[in-house]
Design a protein around this ligand. Structure first.
Ligand code: ADP
Length: 633
């Protein structure tokens, strides 16, 4: 017998599982059955694709045995099994590299969310919620040796030789007090129907049920073995035979979700290439959506045999939230996974599937805007990702993307923007990290006054996407955060009407005082209420872009030098002008005056940066200047 220590991340995970997830104990069965089903998938695939396994013929079957007297539950499969090394590797580490760092980042409330367990490939360990001890007896297909992995879930596990008739795996759970309720046939039956009804292989529930005499006394036991599920590939069944409930139940067991999907698309393609596909759009954002290597949710089957859900990017990466199945008879079963990526039939199926999902979304946008708004609230960011990465489908994606806007309540499409814009050939947008703050930005004042609609890009990705868009139906995109966006504003704004002379003086003063902190100071056409705002020169990156880049590359970038715009009608700017004239004339030596001018100029810049959500280098300076001026007022 050999004893091993769990890898640190497994110990952390076990800790997490046993302490935070007690309210979701029952998922252990779903996870074990799903592993059993995966193991059968793997063996079926090997038996048709790999010469070494071709001789194996087997009837796939999953069995769940419960013994209330011995207090054990055994989940058994005749799948691929595990060798000694595989037992140590698979049940002693967490395979997926992102899982560890992800676990560390989880917030407390996330940790209570059982769905994360299935998604991050840590399903097996959930069994320790209800076990004092777990034994995994496994014999790998094609070998004649069996091994037993055993652990109490505390720090270490051991592996010993064992015996098992035939290949496959038994997971034997020694149930603890927390798992009491699962030691009955009745409760396991309910759980299997709830979570595993749509597993494509037969699941048998096996137990010894007590028999009672007339007086209600137990008089021996009766062997009971019943198949619980229909074990059919739901996606191959004709649509008219299926109820909504069937689709929803299948989704819950397939995607390991507690809630039903937002909607689904079931297609049977007939013609030159035949295939069945069933796609689900979830009703909430999957926990791993921001994880860059998130696994695709679409599984590929060929002739009902599971082939892969890895390697082949069946749908583009931005649709990684889609769950579902593609199953075709027209692909060769023994095709290697690499070749699949260049296979013509596969490409056709992929393109048709993507088109199908697009057209479903398009028609929903048109005919069921309420539902589409729900989709937008969940996955608009991924549509934007598509805009930034999938040029081929840009036109379609432009039709599906939605924005918040100063011109309408709720979501706005680009088409609606265009219709409201009349003859204008410019789509204005503003970017930053909070919708609320953007709506209050001084940059929008004159646009609001002139009734020019501005799209609000408060998603981090907006900065990149807008910059890469170019054109929409003959209209060009222009960032309000840039200096040249005011070209469309005309002359009759604050700058045009206020005292030209005072404006000039204030501008000169600010330029002299702020020096290198600004690229330029000018009078603004876009301000009507606020004293100042900052914009970037038209070829410089915006402040938001700079922040995004710093975050992505994790490096500091030089301080940005914005253009400061002043509102000559504002009292604070007038005061700066006044100080500047007095400095030039009667009281050149007055240090108090110079200090005031300096304070005001810096305050004008700092408050404009603040309004853009920027952190400035020396907040203490800002506060000091502000306090000094307030005390004088
Ligand atoms: P996941 O199934 O998400 O990969 P688990 O922690 O549930 O994560 O299982 C870890 C690994 O252990 C699986 O990927 C698989 O290789 C192996 N495994 C688990 N259960 C079985 C089983 N019944 N038969 C064969 N291999 C299994």
């Amino acid at each position: 017998m050999s004893t091993y220590a769990f890898k640190t991340e497994v110990s952390q995970l076990l800790e997490l599982i046993t302490h935070s997830l007690y309210s979701h104990k029952e998922i252990f069965l779903r996870e074990l059955v799903s592993n059993a089903s995966d193991a059968i998938d793997k063996l079926r695939y090997l038996s048709i694709s790999d010469d070494a396994y071709k001789a194996i013929s087997f009837e796939p079957k999953i069995s769940v045995y419960v013994d209330d007297k011995a207090r054990t539950i055994v989940v058994s499969d005749n799948g691929v099994g595990m060798s000694e090394e595989e037992l140590a590797e698979n049940l002693g580490t967490i395979a997926r590299s992102g899982t560890k760092s992800f676990l560390e980042k989880l917030s407390d409330s996330d940790r209570k969310n059982s769905n994360l367990i299935g998604q991050f490939g840590v399903g097996f360990y959930s069994v320790f919620m209800i076990a004092d001890k777990v034994e995994v007896i496994s014999r790998k297909a094609g070998t004649d040796k069996a091994f037993c992995w055993s652990s109490t879930g505390k720090g270490e596990f051991s592996i010993d030789t064992s015996v098992r008739e035939g290949f496959g795996t038994d997971v034997k759970i020694h149930v603890n007090g927390e798992g009491e309720e699962y030691l009955s046939r009745w409760s396991l039956d309910g759980l299997l129907r709830k979570y595993s009804n749509h597993i494509a292989y037969p699941i048998h529930l096996i137990s010894q049920e007590p028999k009672y005499d007339d007086k209600g006394k137990e008089k021996g036991r009766e062997f009971k073995d019943e198949q619980i599920n229909a074990a059919s590939a739901l996606w191959r069944r004709p649509k008219n035979e299926l109820q909504d409930k069937d689709y929803i139940d299948f989704y819950k067991s397939f995607a390991a979700e507690d809630e039903g999907p937002l909607f689904w698309i079931h297609t049977k393609a007939e013609g030159t290439i035949e295939y069945n596909s069933l796609f689900y759009i979830p009703s909430k954002v999957p926990g791993d959506i921001y994880y860059p290597l998130a696994q695709q949710g679409v599984k590929l089957y060929i002739k009902r045999v599971f082939i892969t859900d890895k390697e082949t990017n069946i749908l583009p990466q931005y649709f990684r939230f889609v769950r579902g199945v593609i199953d075709s008879d027209d692909l060769p079963l023994n095709v290697s996974r690499e070749i699949l990526q260049q296979n013509r039939v596969m490409t056709t199926i992929q393109q048709a599937s993507l088109k199908k999902i697009f057209s479903e979304l398009e028609s929903m946008a048109k005919n069921n805007p309420e539902k589409f708004a729900k989709f937008t609230a969940l996955f608009n960011t991924q549509i934007k990702e598509g805009l930034a990465s999938d040029w081929q489908n840009q036109k379609t994606l432009l039709g599906l993307v939605r924005y918040k806007s100063t011109g309408a309540e709720g979501w706005t499409s680009l088409e609606e923007y265009k219709n409201r814009a009349g003859d204008r050939k410019t789509i204005y947008y503003i970017t930053g990290n909070s919708e609320e703050r953007l709506r209050a930005s001084p940059l929008l004042e004159a646009f609001a006054a002139k009734g020019l609609e501005v799209l609000i890009g408060s998603d981090e990705i907006d900065e990149l996407v807008f910059a890469s868009l170019g054109q929409y139906e003959g209209m060009s995109f222009k960032s309000v955060n840039h200096s040249d966006a005011d070209e469309g504003l005309g002359k009759d704004t604050a700058a045009g009407t206020a005292d030209e002379e005072a404006g000039k003086k204030a501008t000169e003063a600010a330029k002299r005082i702020l020096g290198e902190r600004v690229k330029d100071v000018r009078l603004s056409k876009r301000l009507s209420k606020s004293p100042s705002c900052v914009v970037m020169d038209k070829d410089d990156p915006t402040l938001q872009y700079r922040e995004l880049m710093m975050r992505i590359s994790n490096t500091e970038m030089p301080e940005p030098t914005p253009i400061l715009e002043l509102n000559p009608g504002h009292a604070l700017v007038k005061k700066l002008a006044d100080l500047e004239s007095r400095r030039g004339a009667a009281e050149p030596q007055d240090e108090g005056l110079a200090q005031d001018a300096e304070d005001i100029a810096h305050i004008l810049l700092d408050q404009a940066l603040l309004a853009e959500g920027q952190k400035f280098v020396k907040p203490a300076d800002f506060i000091q200047r502000l306090n000094r001026q307030l005390a004088k007022a």
